[in-house]
Design a protein around this ligand. Structure first.
Ligand SMILES: *Cc1c(COP(=O)(O)O)cnc(C)c1O
Length: 242
């Protein structure tokens, strides 16, 4: 009865969960880790399939594509949509941030005061318009190599950004996110990020989340204490070009 794509997603999802469990066991960890399944470039039908398979966290990295899928799923599959937590994981232009706060359930990619302020404005508006909308959990994206053109805030600017976000009424500072630089060993990058994360947590004890690890490096990230991995290709397959 199951369509071939659902079967494929189900198998790859089980594989990814197996890798995650093995990595947790290898690290001697017994805590729970969020698996965000990244559906960028893939159709909303795949989001629906994943939700039917029990996936709660869906990740998107392009604002327009994400907003369209959120609206589409809500219109066509309202019961499934109610169980999905939409994670914005990609770069946000500050003039788009308010709109993102209208549909996102968690944002991993806050890297400037302007983006934070836009999200704050948008969330205040959403809270006023709809019941059941609370403060938006946000993570600060760290740029480890200081090349902020790839997104992220330089480590030197992180404490001030964290203090700013912590002062906003409609955002909740939830933790740190990192995409490691392309060069070098992911494990040492994650260890470096874990140190920054500890410093952040000393200043902001509620900022407990550490979003790190993708299809190619989730084991290394779990070893460094990741609480949330963002997995696309390993579950969805290669991204369609377009
Ligand atoms: C696309 C993307 C991912 C998923 O990457 P895969 O290698 O496909 O698992 C994770 N994080 C961010 C920020 C992304 O843009």
């Amino acid at each position: 009865m199951t369509d071939p794509r659902t079967r494929e997603l189900s198998e790859r999802l089980a594989e990814a969960r197996g890798r995650l469990d093995a990595a947790l066991a290898a690290a001697g960890r017994t805590d729970e880790v969020d698996l965000v399944v990244v559906t960028k470039f893939h159709p909303v039908a795949d989001v629906a399939r994943l939700a039917r398979l029990g996936v709660r966290d869906i990740g998107e990295n392009r604002v327009q594509e994400a907003a369209a899928k959120v609206a589409d799923l809500a219109a066509t599959e309202p019961a499934l949509a109610a169980g999905v937590r939409w994670n914005m994981i990609g770069h946000i232009q500050s003039n788009k941030a308010a709109a993102v706060a209208g549909w996102a359930d968690r944002v991993h990619s806050v890297d400037s005061v302007k983006v934070a302020d836009g999200l704050e404005r948008g969330r205040a508006r959403a809270e006023g318009e709809r019941d059941g909308v609370g403060p938006l959990p946000v993570l600060l994206q760290l740029s480890l190599d200081g090349d902020t053109s790839r997104g992220g805030v330089d480590r030197g600017d992180l404490p001030a950004l964290a203090d700013h976000v912590a002062g906003l009424a409609h955002l909740r500072l939830a933790g740190l996110m990192v995409v490691p630089p392309l060069e070098g060993d992911p494990a040492s990058h994650f260890a470096d990020a874990a140190g920054v994360r500890e410093a952040l947590r000393r200043d902001h004890p509620a900022a407990v989340e550490f979003s790190a690890g993708m299809s190619g490096d989730l084991e290394a990230a779990i070893g460094a204490g990741s609480t949330c991995v963002r997995v696309g290709t390993a579950i969805l397959g290669p991204r369609p070009v377009g």
